[in-house]
Design a protein around this ligand. Structure first.
Ligand code: FES
Ligand code: FE
Length: 435
């Protein structure tokens, strides 16, 4: 594979070849070298709360069934009948003791075993009854379920590296366990999947791309609280994962203050957490984080809720996106209403943010295909700073370094200083501390 990433510390500059977004060979290499050898997010355990609940979805280009078996264990099966390959489960979700293939009627339990075959006398006694096929590995961390199609991959705990801590900061936000709210946003974008990865933690674009949103907030609330936008840093979490960490906040964020009811309730809950977890942890919880777990899981945790976004490449210039909202089920109705309102009106496919982002990404993609004179995209912002800000591009460089390593087999130097304080507590670091 030719060179796709230039990381030059002398200049300093970090360039990504735009062919990586359009070339079908790159796309095929990503399937084989990234998606077949990573841990990939499937869903959250709370999406299948009862025995025999199931959801169907696509993971790493494969159709899968995400289920809880009759004994309560979370299972993931390839959604293809072992008999002759028909899609076994054709509903997006449901509850069923048996998964019966519509083609010839073979039936399987949610535990994967073949339960019955119509006309079984047509098979000899020694016939090998196949179970459902499964990904090589299935594991979960704090309710987030992942699979890998690589039997030799490192364990999930190791793979998640520094991202575990940020999943903890999300998962600890409920006294009874965070839960996916029923329903999801599903939309598609005519752009390469990596552009949405970048956009999902691109603090630099917020004020210009979403200008209208901020103007609206100023009009509604008189002033704009941009502290969280400016007082944030990018952190390399290892293995290609990275996060933008926003400073602790007790009130408004991005100009969207909570109502008095919501704020009082939230403050009360966080005060109880202080007894349980201590101030330092709760201060960090009350900040914000935009994280990408390599390669395609996005967790956006701003004050008004936690968005879980899965990005699925379909072709080099087309992706499908699914987003869920993760919330504390024990909060009151007013806060719950505000979360859902924010999920729909800001993050939704027709909301205030997503259409602007989609428009930006689709124009990028069109230019990559057409304007060959401009071969490289620049994501150098912040390379000159000892601690890159959230509006810099360290997080994307972290992701691209891992991408480059897997696609070309060549490692790139890391930005050591970025991981110097993974336990960011909201204070801006003094560069002298990093030596
Ligand atoms: Fe499923 Fe034949 S393909 S029963
Ligand atoms: Fe955006």
């Amino acid at each position: 594979m030719s060179e796709y990433v230039i990381d030059d510390r002398e200049m300093p500059r970090f360039l990504v070849n735009r062919q990586a977004m359009v070339d079908p060979d790159v796309f095929a290499a990503e399937r084989e070298q990234i998606f077949d050898h990573s841990w990939l997010y499937v869903g959250h355990e709370t999406e299948v709360p009862k025995p025999n609940d199931y959801k169907t979805r696509t993971v790493g280009g494969r159709p899968v069934i995400f289920a809880r078996d009759a004994n309560g264990a979370v299972r993931v099966w390839i959604n293809s009948c072992p008999h002759r390959g028909a899609m076994l489960c054709r509903e997006p979700q449901g509850n069923a003791r048996f998964l019966t293939c519509f083609y010839h009627g073979w039936s399987f339990s949610t535990g994967g075993g073949l339960v019955s075959i119509p006309g079984e006398d047509g098979y000899s006694d020694s016939f090998d009854r196949p179970d459902l096929a499964a990904p090589a590995k299935v594991d979960s961390y704090r309710g987030f379920v992942f699979v890998s199609f690589d039997p030799d991959i490192v364990d999930l705990h190791t793979y998640l590296a520094g991202a575990r801590e940020y999943l903890d900061l999300v998962a600890d936000q409920s006294e009874v366990g965070m839960q996916i709210i029923d329903g999801s946003h599903e939309y598609s974008v005519k752009a390469n999947w990596k552009l949405l990865v970048e956009n999902s933690y691109d603090g630099y674009h917020a004020v210009s791309t979403h200008q209208r949103y901020f103007e609206m907030m100023v009009a509604a609330h008189g002033k704009l609280d941009t502290a969280a936008l400016s007082d944030s840093i990018g952190v390399d979490l290892g293995n290609g994962h990275a996060v933008i960490v926003g400073a602790p906040t007790t009130g408004g964020l991005f100009g969207r203050p909570l109502s008095e009811v919501g704020q009082a309730e939230r403050t009360g809950r966080f005060n109880r957490f202080r007894q349980r977890y201590g101030d330092a942890w709760v201060d960090r919880m009350s900040g914000s984080r935009n994280m990408v777990i390599f390669p395609n899981l996005v967790i956006i945790d701003l004050v008004m809720g936690v968005i879980v976004r899965k990005i699925d490449p379909v072709t080099p210039d087309y992706m499908e996106v699914t987003a869920w909202h993760l919330a504390p089920p024990d909060e009151g109705p007013e806060l719950h209403r505000q979360r859902l309102d924010n999920f729909l009106t800001f993050w939704g496919p027709g909301g205030l943010a997503s259409p602007d982002d989609v428009e930006a990404l689709e124009t990028c993609q069109r230019s990559y295909a057409a304007a060959k004179e401009l071969s490289w995209s620049d994501i150098s912002r912040g390379m000159n700073r000892p601690v890159p800000l959230g509006s810099d591009e360290l997080q994307m460089r972290t992701w691209w370094r891992r991408w480059n390593e897997l696609i070309t087999g060549e490692g790139l130097p890391t930005e050591e200083h970025a991981a110097a304080d993974p336990l960011y507590t909201g204070r801006r670091l003094d560069p002298a501390e990093l030596s």
